[in-house]
Design a binder for this molecule. Structure first.
Ligand SMILES: Cc1cc2nc3c(=O)[nH]c(=O)nc-3n(C[C@H](O)[C@H](O)[C@H](O)COP(=O)(O)OP(=O)(O)OC[C@H]3O[C@@H](n4cnc5c(N)ncnc54)[C@H](O)[C@@H]3O)c2cc1C
Length: 456
């Protein structure tokens, strides 16, 4: 069998690796001049530095097992465990450790982040009539939390936390896709009686408290960056990987498919491991109904500015800081103090900071010049933390624009993906995978790609 994979990001490379011993010929086509997609490790003078994803949830044992299978267990490193901050109304405050994605069960733990009126609203939620919840249903996260707890907790905490993962505010995200455990707890409560947000979060907090301790860090990273992973996948896959190979269309030929921009081959199977809008374009001729079903999936642009300073004096002793949604006079949405967060990066000396910009609907990645982005990163860092990056000796800068960085997982997204999967069953030899199909996190992308590759 001849198999083509379009896209050499994490999903495409994982598929290629999964097919390595299948006895099939595998060609991977990558539009850009490098592999890895949203995983991109850049060679800073002080050492390899990630400008896309920088960590993964290590509590997903399937991911850790997979990295072990690849021979990379020795490369995994843990964070320092330092807490994070949030910048609200001109002040930095500690992020709460309780709650679920910033959604609290009561005002205890968030009283320092909202006004007394907002805190009272949160505590009164359990006395309000229950949520009108349909078992198996979904809701917009922002709408839900605003209705139950008011706007402040959404803008100050929930959007800031979710924005760090999805590049979207809570108002652009669906509950079941982004906080699935909360949607499932609503289902459970609804089967027995009224549904309250505070009760659901409290139940989840209790379940978390009962988990055995000593499971290691929640997040891990790769000592020399994600290039360790994408290079291992590429090498061990044994696939033919073509870079600078933009595929512009797929045409049916007999029982197989020919790729516009690919080798002179007819493929029995084509796996699309590209962002949703590209998948929609590529499927237009061979599966127009699937292309139409994929079309509603939208992407969020973002920018990461990596900065290395000679001196780390004055950089807060925290892993990073989120900026509350709607904060005026600050352009960045978050800073990661990478050399504080990761001991292996601290060993390099100096300070490494990543500034992040852009949420869904924001055009900053397209409109801002490189000079402006660096100036905003330095100015915002000074405003928020008092750390003067210009005085600290800015040694290296890397500006990474992520056009279409992440798919928007709104409250229609899971239904869209289910519809696409159902329609694809009628199109033999074509599959889709990637961050928009099975979840944006590295472990989720890997799990979905492996499952798709194994399909006959
Ligand atoms: C800034 C940022 C930070 C992140 N941080 C984390 C994190 O810390 N932890 C975590 O778990 N996840 C993180 N993620 C998410 C994670 O990195 C991504 O979800 C994942 O890497 C996506 O992999 P993918 O293969 O689905 O897509 P992509 O990486 O987008 O790969 C798709 C590939 O297809 C190629 N392509 C597109 N069109 C064509 C075409 N027509 N022909 C040929 N090739 C084509 C693209 O060039 C690209 O290489 C982050 C994402 C971003 C943007």
């Amino acid at each position: 069998m001849n198999i083509a994979i379009i896209g050499a990001g994490l999903a495409g490379l994982t598929c290629a690796y999964e097919l390595r011993n299948s006895g099939h010929a595998v060609d991977v086509y990558e539009a850009t001049e490098r592999i890895g997609g949203k995983l991109h490790t850049v060679a800073f003078a002080a050492g390899p530095t990630d400008m896309g994803a920088e960590a993964f949830i290590a509590r997903r044992h399937d991911a850790v097992d997979f990295f072990t299978e690849l021979g990379l267990a020795g490369s995994l490193v843990e964070p320092s465990g330092l807490g994070s901050l949030v910048y609200i109304d001109g002040e930095t405050r500690p992020l709460p450790r309780g709650g679920i994605m910033g959604v609290p069960s009561s005002s205890v733990g968030v009283a320092h982040l909202v006004s007394p009126e907002a805190a009272s609203l949160i505590d009164a939620e359990s006395d309000a009539p229950g949520i009108d919840w349909e078992i198996g249903g979904d809701v917009n996260v922002g709408k839900l939390v605003r209705e139950r707890y008011g706007d402040e907790i959404v803008d100050h905490v929930v959007s800031a936390l979710l924005g760090g993962v999805y590049s979207c505010t809570a108002d652009d995200l669906g509950l079941r896709a982004t906080i699935p455990q909360l949607a499932e707890e609503f289902d459970r409560l609804a089967s027995a009686g009224p549904v309250h947000l505070s009760a659901a979060v409290r139940n989840l907090e209790q379940a978390r408290a009962e988990l055995p301790t000593g499971q290691g860090a929640v997040f891990n990273s790769f000592r020399d960056g994600y290039q360790e992973l994408y290079e291992a996948l590429a090498e061990k896959s044994g696939a033919n990987i073509y870079v600078d190979a933009f595929i512009s269309g797929i045409a049916k030929e007999g029982e197989g498919y020919r790729l516009n921009g690919g080798e002179d081959e007819v493929y029995d199977r084509v796996i699309l491991a590209v962002p949703a809008p590209t998948a929609a374009l590529l499927l237009k001729k061979v599966a127009p109904d699937v292309a139409e079903a994929v079309a509603p999936v939208k992407l969020a642009d973002s920018v990461v500015v990596g900065m290395r300073f000679a001196d780390d004096t004055g950089l807060p002793d925290n892993s990073g800081i989120l900026v509350a949604a709607g904060t005026e006079n600050v352009t960045a949405k978050a800073f990661t103090f990478s050399s504080r967060k990761w001991p292996h990066l601290a060993e390099r000396g100096g300070a490494l900071v990543r500034a992040s910009f852009g949420r869904f609907g924001d055009t900053i990645a397209v409109r801002a010049s490189e000079d402006d982005l660096v100036d905003w990163a330095l100015d915002d860092l000074l405003t928020i933390t008092g750390f003067d990056g210009r005085a600290a000796g800015l040694e290296e800068i890397y500006v990474q624009r992520w056009f279409g960085g992440l798919p928007r997982y709104d409250e229609t997204h899971l239904a869209t993906v289910a519809k696409v999967s159902a329609l694809l069953r009628a199109v033999p030899g074509i599959d889709v995978t990637g961050a928009w199909v099975g979840g944006v996190g590295v472990p989720a992308v890997i799990a979905n790609a492996r499952e798709v590759a194994r399909r006959k």
